[in-house]
Design a protein around this ligand. Sequence first.
Ligand code: SAM
Length: 102
Amino acid sequence: MAQRYPDIISTTFDLTPVAPFATEYVEHAGVADRVRVVSGDFFTDAWPRADVIVLGDVLHDWDEERKQVLIDSAFAALNDGASSSPSRTSSTTIAGRTPSGH
Ligand SMILES: C[S@@+](CC[C@H](N)C(=O)[O-])C[C@H]1O[C@@H](n2cnc3c(N)ncnc32)[C@H](O)[C@@H]1O
């Protein structure tokens, strides 16, 4: 997504052990200047705030109750006027924010 949309500034959010792999991937993709790798547990930690949140290939792993927790957390982490979208992209859970803040 970061490669395709050069104006997007984004954040990956995944468990701590994933960070080295995410960092390597982002650097290899040449987008390290625009993609921040953040570690956390999406059930217990604060989510990075964003204008767009993509739950990439995530919701299917969880039962209905936990899906709802994730969706609620995603909406709570959105900036005013932003949106959230469950998705089957190849991305990690992404919080994307454009440079202009829109
Ligand atoms: C099926 S993979 C999808 C990965 C990536 N989004 C993609 O589309 O290729 C599910 C991801 O959820 C992450 N995950 C599982 N439990 C998590 C949690 N409690 N907090 C944050 N991430 C978690 C896993 O580490 C894994 O990277």
